[in-house]
Ligand binder design. Structure first.
Ligand code: DIG
Ligand code: MN
Ligand code: MN
Length: 388
């Protein structure tokens, strides 16, 4: 048995809103008393987290007086100093206040769009002051219940205008800050624009400063869209755009459950951890999740510890899978290459194309090859079940 104690180098982070979730849901009020940001930092320090993230108003209530703001910040900074926790990421709450009922950057009301920019600039300033290097945008209200209200192309243009404006602001302020866009298909809006990580990757390419902008994929959100999360993360990673990641878990076809990491789909969680670790992902491993509504704060700590322990156990399983001789020999067989196709594959040339056009292929012989995928997947399952 290895040591599954979280360490700073694991870069495990939690948002204030995760361990600070008081258990409110659409059908019931809070079940836990609210804790202050400083108390939540100390709770995270107790369970061994590396860092803490926040929305502007998780930390500073929207109507706080300057004196209240200063006092909250002073306590928060002391708790960070006392625990050694850092603030790798910050974000803006552009979804709770009634003013954002029809979106923020995509609202039909120019006053709302302008206020959203103002709120975000102030929140960016706060995040940078506290050390954030990544700024997340989750457009929870950027959507619609009926397309009668807004031309979706207009929504895209407004989103782009806001991102370009804010990228220019960050450059103007000379902040060392990168943006990470987080997709979600729906909830709280009937449909949310830029609904998956794939949509976000396409959108980023249309911005004035795409080099400043990446993605923050979330397990639950891609699962809500019925997608393979590992494939979406791989696409982001392969294009150099995996700037941050929101880890949790989620049953397919449900509302956003934000369950503890690994609580539902252990196999996909395994392949995700394997992908991140095999490719030396070096940003935060952020758990955007919360404890069951049944829990007290001891249960909240169990939730936070469970997220980190499961990640570390799966990290060990990934190393075991990579070192498993039988698995590796099946992989070698599957990927056997006699080099005979090298003359055709890779970069195009007219010579290659002409030669390939006259190459004979024995389709039945090639198709008749057994691939041993059942054996490979069973071996994987047995690694996960701890019997290998
Ligand atoms: C929801 O999954 C969103 C908000 O919690 C936050 O804006 C973002 C950062 O993790 N995720
Ligand atoms: Mn979520
Ligand atoms: Mn999230």
């Amino acid at each position: 048995m290895s040591d599954y104690t979280p360490k700073p180098e694991n870069k495990f982070t939690f948002g204030l809103w995760t361990v600070g979730n008081v258990g409110r849901d659409p059908f019931g009020g809070p079940v836990r008393d609210a804790k202050s940001p400083a108390e939540l930092v100390r709770l995270l320090g107790e369970v061994g987290a590396y860092g803490v993230n926040f929305h502007d108003n998780d930390l500073i209530p929207i109507d706080a007086t300057p004196a209240e703001r200063d006092s909250i910040l002073k306590e928060f900074k002391k708790a960070l100093a006392d625990t050694g926790l850092v603030v790798p990421m910050a974000t803006t709450n552009l979804f709770s206040e009634p003013i954002f009922k029809d979106g923020a950057f995509t609202s039909n009301d120019p006053k709302v769009r302008a206020y959203a920019l103002q709120k975000t600039m102030n929140s960016i300033d706060l995040g940078v002051e506290l050390g954030a290097g990544i700024y997340v945008f989750w457009g929870g209200r950027e959507g619609t219940e009926t397309d009668a209200t807004k031309d979706p192309i207009t929504a895209i243009k407004r989103s782009r205008e806001a991102m370009n404006f804010l990228c220019e602001y960050v450059k103007d302020q000379k902040y060392d800050l990168k943006f990470a866009l987080e997709a979600k298909p729906n909830e709280p809006r009937g449909d949310i624009y830029n609904s998956t990580t794939g949509h976000m990757l396409a959108f980023i390419n249309t911005l004035d400063h795409p080099e400043m902008v990446g993605v923050n994929p979330e397990v639950a959100h891609e699962h809500m869209a019925g997608l393979n999360f590992v494939h979406g993360v791989a696409q982001a990673m392969e294009s150099g755009k995996l700037f941050h990641i929101d880890l949790n878990d989620q049953a397919f076809g449900r509302y956003d459950q934000d369950f503890r990491f690994g609580a539902v789909n252990l196999k996909s969680a395994f392949f995700l951890v394997k992908l991140l670790e095999d490719n030396k992902y070096d940003s935060s491993r952020h758990f955007d999740a919360h404890a069951y509504r049944t829990e007290d704060y001891e249960g909240v700590k169990d939730f936070a510890c469970g997220c980190m322990r499961t990640y570390l156990i799966l990290k060990e399983k990934a190393a075991q899978w990579n070192a498993d001789q039988e698995i590796q020999s099946v992989l070698a067989e599957i990927n056997a290459d006699d080099g005979s196709m090298n003359q055709y594959l890779g970069k195009y040339s007219a010579e290659k194309a002409n030669a390939l056009k006259s190459q004979a292929f024995d389709r039945p012989a090639i198709a008749g090859r057994g691939l041993k995928y059942e054996k490979l997947d069973q071996l994987t399952v047995e690694v996960l079940l701890g019997v290998r």
